[in-house]
Every structure is written in C-alpha cells, then in structure tokens.
Design a protein around this ligand. Structure first.
Ligand code: PLP
Length: 412
C-alpha cells in the first residue's frame, strides 16, 4: 500500500508510515476521532476526486456530472432516511462550514445567538471570539450547573430575557443526553430559530440511541467523521421551508466545487448507518464508555456529572490536584491519546485545564469491548500514579504497544 506515494514523495511517505505505526500501536481515546472504514478510505482515494461538479444534482455548472448526480442524490436520500430530516445538503466541507451555512442563511451581522461557550463544552463555531461566529454574532451562553449538567430552567429564564434570534443546541464535550425537546419549548416561547449541532452524537442518533432533533428543529448540522465513522466532512439538514435558501448559501455562497470523493464516502457511510451491525457498533460504544467511567470511578477518579450517557466521559482532576495538561502529557508518554478539557469553574486556564475528555468510538472500531476498557482504565491509573517514574512509564508504554497491536486499526 502507498507505493506510489513512496515513489513520488519519499519525505511524505516516511511520515505517512510513521503515522500508520502510531495509529496501530497507541490507544486512541480522543472523543471526536475514529478509525473510518476501509471503504471510506477507498472512496476518498478514488477517481471521484478528479471532477468539478459545482451546483447540485441535475443543475451543474460543468458537463460530465451524471454519475456524480446519482451519488449525491443517493447520499441525500440516505441522509433523510437515517436522520429523518426533510432536506439535506451533503456538500459542507466540515462541521464549521455546516454551521457557517446555517448562520449565513438566517442571521445578519450583529445578531444575538445563544449557545454553549467553549468553556462549557461548546465548539469554536458556536460564537467563540477567535472564530468568525464570535466576530459576526453576539453570543450569549447557555446556563450550566456546577455539576456539569445543562441548567434548563436558568437557560429558559435567560433566553426569555435576552431573546436570541438563534439557539445552538449541541456540544463538543458534554457527556449527557441533550434534551432537544426542552430547548424546542424554550425556542417556541421566544420565536427563536433552532439549530442542533449533532457533530459528536450523530452515530448514536442514527442508531436511535440518542433523541433526534429532527424533524422539528429548523436546522441540524453534523460532522461525518466522529461517532458516524465516515469521511472528514459536514452535512446540513433543515426543514423544507429553508431548503432553497440553505443550498444557495452553501453554493455559491460559501463554497465552490463540492468534494465529490467525500460525498461518495458520505453516501457509503450513510448506507452503513442503516444496518443492524452499525447499531451494534454504536451500542458497543455506549457500553464501552459506561464501563470505562465505572472502572475509573472505582479506581478513585471523579467523573464529571457522575457518569455518561454517550460516547464520552470527562475526568475532573481537581481533587487529585492534577491538571489536564500534565495528565494528557503523561498518557501520551505511554501511548494513550486523550485531550485536556475545561470543567465548570475551572481554576486553570484553557491551555492547562483541570479535566480530561475520554471517548470510546475509536477503540470500539478496533473491536475492543468491556474487558479491554477495564485494562485501559488500569493503564490510565498506573500511568497517572507513577507519572514521575520514567522507567515505569517506559515499561508501561511497551505494554500498551503490545496490547494495541492485538487490535489492528488497519493492516497494510
Ligand atoms: N461542532 C461540534 C459540536 C464539534 O465538536 C466540531 C468539531 O470538533 C465541529 C462542529 C466542527 O467540525 P470541523 O472540525 O469539521 O469543522
């Protein structure tokens, strides 16, 4: 595999192979990452990358698009079936661009939006000041409780007082079920437009293991590469009344030629999402995250909100007097990849934090189950407890490599 890359660019090949080795010999616990299907890798490396197909099926600005039309149409159809939405645009290059498309469709510069801040578990594209969304719009935050749960009552009070034009419901780090219906009721009271960003939980929703904001939300955006396990990219769903406006915003509004090889891959993963084995996979993600949370709790760690309803859990390291940064670095030293995460009222700045976010989609894709989660919980505990013992960390890394190799991510 990759022989042509080797011939054309030995430098890039060297690092591709190093990354191949890294993926196979470490334990990937970043909640937003996954190991996609080989079919998706094939689609993304296919000849579908060669063609311009600006426009939409049946209305392209280039000739020769008839097969692309078929594939985009089936991707849209499958998306509607899987997520039960009225309209789908599968051209968004990423989750951020999917959100941008919604904002540009219904907001004016300076409008007020309500969303979780980055500190509360929201995403940069939910109005953070370093992102276009924070520069263009005036974001007020959703209210959170001390224990990490969304405070629906206080959020309602604030929404009624502040009257945001749009409410963004969704998160990058929230380990509990989101009550989409409650937000719907809040939005109805103030006539706000509703956007659910299901980037993280799309796979769970597709498998009907998490409530679905469709069809009653105005817009639903997602990435396709997290729990959904597809190609890196975005999708925007909406109610029929917004369909034309939204499609125009995506093209020609904010994007040029669609990435048709990625749309091919989206069609494939959306077909997979209809299968029984996909549901089983999503169920296993949940079993694994619940097991990991329980085991880590038994080993003396505090879990934010006390547990998890989805694919992720958040360690609260305050009582252990550790920072997210040092735990992330220690775990990386032994081959376990996680990311630091802000917790409510975090005494540390975002570059340090007092939390760690842990997710199970990627390890589940490698065939790991509850038994393996117990082993991983012990690896985590040992690494953290003996973080100053370099010799021990080295021997633990060897153990992790041996363990990870039993569950190949990919075989060359
Ligand atoms: N929305 C949420 C909730 C996310 O977690 C992310 C990515 O982590 C995004 C949007 C943005 O996705 P992308 O990185 O594809 O722009």
């Amino acid at each position: 595999m990759y022989e042509e890359i080797k011939k054309l660019d030995p430098f890039s090949y060297k690092f591709l192979m190093k990354e191949f080795e890294r993926q196979n010999t470490t334990i990937e616990l970043i909640a937003s990452e996954n190991f996609t299907y080989k079919a998706i890798l094939e689609a993304q490396g296919s000849i579908f990358t060669n063609k311009y197909a600006e426009g939409y099926p049946g209305k392209r600005y280039y000739g020769g698009c008839k097969y692309y039309d078929e594939v985009e149409r089936i991707a849209i159809k499958r998306c509607k079936e899987v997520f039960k939405c009225e309209h789908a645009n599968v051209q968004a290059h990423s989750g951020t661009q999917a959100n941008m498309a919604v904002y540009f469709t219904v907001l004016e510069k300076g409008d007020k939006i309500m969303a979780m801040s980055l500190n509360q578990g929201g995403h940069l594209s939910h109005g953070h000041k370093v992102n276009f969304s924070g520069k263009f719009y005036n974001r007020i935050s959703i209210e959170m409780r001390e224990d990490g749960f969304i405070d629906y009552d206080k959020t309602e009070e604030k929404a009624i007082k502040e009257k945001p034009k749009l409410i963004v419901v969704g998160a990058s780090s929230y380990p509990r079920k989101i009550d989409f219906k409650r937000f719907y009721k809040i939005a109805k009271k103030i006539n706000a437009i509703l956007l659910a960003d299901i980037a993280h939980i799309a796979g769970l929703i597709a498998a009907e293991l998490h409530p679905n904001p469709n069809p009653y939300y105005d817009f639903v955006t997602t990435t396709t590469h997290k729990t959904l396990r597809g190609p890196r990219g975005g999708i925007i769903m909406c109610r029929k009344e917004y369909a034309n406006q939204l499609d125009k915003t995506v093209f020609p509004g904010i994007q040029g030629g669609p990435l048709m090889h990625v749309i091919l891959a989206k069609a494939i993963v959306l077909n997979e999402a209809k299968k029984k084995r996909f549901k089983k996979y999503q169920e296993q993600i949940l079993k694994n995250s619940k097991t990991l949370a329980k085991e880590l709790k038994n080993l003396g760690f505090d879990i934010l909100t006390g547990g998890t309803d989805n694919h992720m859990l958040i360690l609260d390291l305050r009582r252990k007097k550790l920072t997210g940064k040092e735990v992330e670095e220690t775990l990386e030293e032994v081959g376990i990849t996680v990311n630091k995460n802000v917790i409510p009222n975090d005494p540390n700045p975002p570059a340090i934090t007092s939390g760690i976010r842990i997710g199970t989609p990627a390890v589940t894709s490698r065939g790991m189950k509850e038994k393996e989660m117990k082993i991983i919980a012990n690896f985590i505990k040992e690494a953290i407890e003996k973080r100053n013992d370099k010799k021990f960390l080295k021997s633990l890394k060897e153990k992790v490599i041996k363990f990870a190799k039993n569950y190949p991510a990919y075989i060359l």
